[in-house]
Write a protein that binds this ligand. Structure first.
Ligand code: SF4
Ligand code: SF4
Length: 276
């Protein structure tokens, strides 16, 4: 079995306990206006062009079978570009290939209490591939985490429950109108699925991005706290401050992005206190 990924990152420390390998699936059914991984959103393989790195040498054009017109994603331009200004984002991986990468760091997982985190994009959209990888990890005694935004049919969660040790569950906005405006979909299913995962007695870490001008109000955070506490008890709640580090990737994909300010440390502390 195979699936489309855009990155496998080793030695991660922000995606669950201990030292982890994070596997990034391509494709997402949400469109968060602040997304810092826009290359994760399309399920297709894409060509990215970082104009600020280009020195105009022309090698890409000479090596391209179509002289840079109507790209067929052959990857030649990226291969021959001396400045890494062109990049093919995403490719098909077999489950064995992914497992080979994951198993390289088994000793680090064991020493640190870490494991593997499947992320994206929305990794649950490629449910068959995800299920197979989770099973293989459990057969190898590796701790598994699934990072999800929760906007999928619950039957998909049911398939991965037996092989998932931890869910990293993203909540964005409590207010339904805000959610629809900035994420692109209604939040009802996401909230319902969170309740079902609590009922299934799974370990959950909640992750909330703090986006100034969108959800950085005490009112929104109190409402999110109410949503969480009325459904169960996560082992951790993380507030993640907005950062602009992914902005250059929008330009590389030929897209525009909404701008948001970065939240001040004092504001983050006030909002964190709501959950303490
Ligand atoms: S990926 Fe291939 S077809 Fe597309 S622009 Fe580059 S060289 Fe041309
Ligand atoms: S090969 Fe790279 S540096 Fe040279 S023109 Fe093409 S994109 Fe620019």
């Amino acid at each position: 079995m195979s699936g489309t990924l855009f990155n496998i990152q080793r030695f991660c420390t922000d995606d669950g306990p201990g030292i982890r390998t994070t596997v990034f699936f391509k494709g997402c059914n949400l469109r968060c206006a602040w997304c810092h991984n826009p290359e994760s959103q399309s399920s297709d393989v894409q060509l990215m062009f970082f104009a600020d790195k280009c020195i105009g040498c022309g090698k890409c054009s000479k090596k391209c079978p179509n002289a840079l017109e109507s790209c067929q994603l052959c990857g030649n331009c990226a291969l021959y570009c001396p400045e890494d200004a062109r990049e093919i984002c995403g490719r098909e991986y077999s489950a064995d290939e992914v497992m080979d990468e994951i198993l390289k760091d088994r000793a680090y997982y064991e020493a640190s209490g870490g494991g593997v985190t499947f992320s994206g994009g929305e990794c649950i959209l490629q449910i068959d591939f995800l299920c197979e990888l989770l099973k293989l990890c459990k057969e190898n005694g590796i701790h598994t985490a699934v990072d999800t935004a929760g906007y999928v049919e619950y039957s998909r969660f049911e398939r991965i429950l037996p092989y998932t040790d931890l869910f990293l569950y993203d909540l964005k906005c409590a207010d339904a109108d805000l959610h629809k405006k900035y994420v692109g979909v209604d939040n009802t299913l996401i909230i319902e699925n969170l309740g079902r995962l609590f009922d299934a007695k799974k370990e959950i870490w909640i992750r909330i991005p703090v986006i100034p001008t969108v959800n950085d109000t005490e009112q929104e955070m109190l409402a999110l706290r109410q949503i969480i506490s009325s459904r169960g008890r996560p082992s951790r709640i993380e507030l993640l401050p907005y950062h602009a580090m992914g902005e250059h990737k929008y330009a590389a994909l030929g897209r525009e992005k909404m701008s948001f300010p970065v939240p001040a440390d004092e504001k983050m502390q006030i909002l964190k206190n709501i959950f303490s």
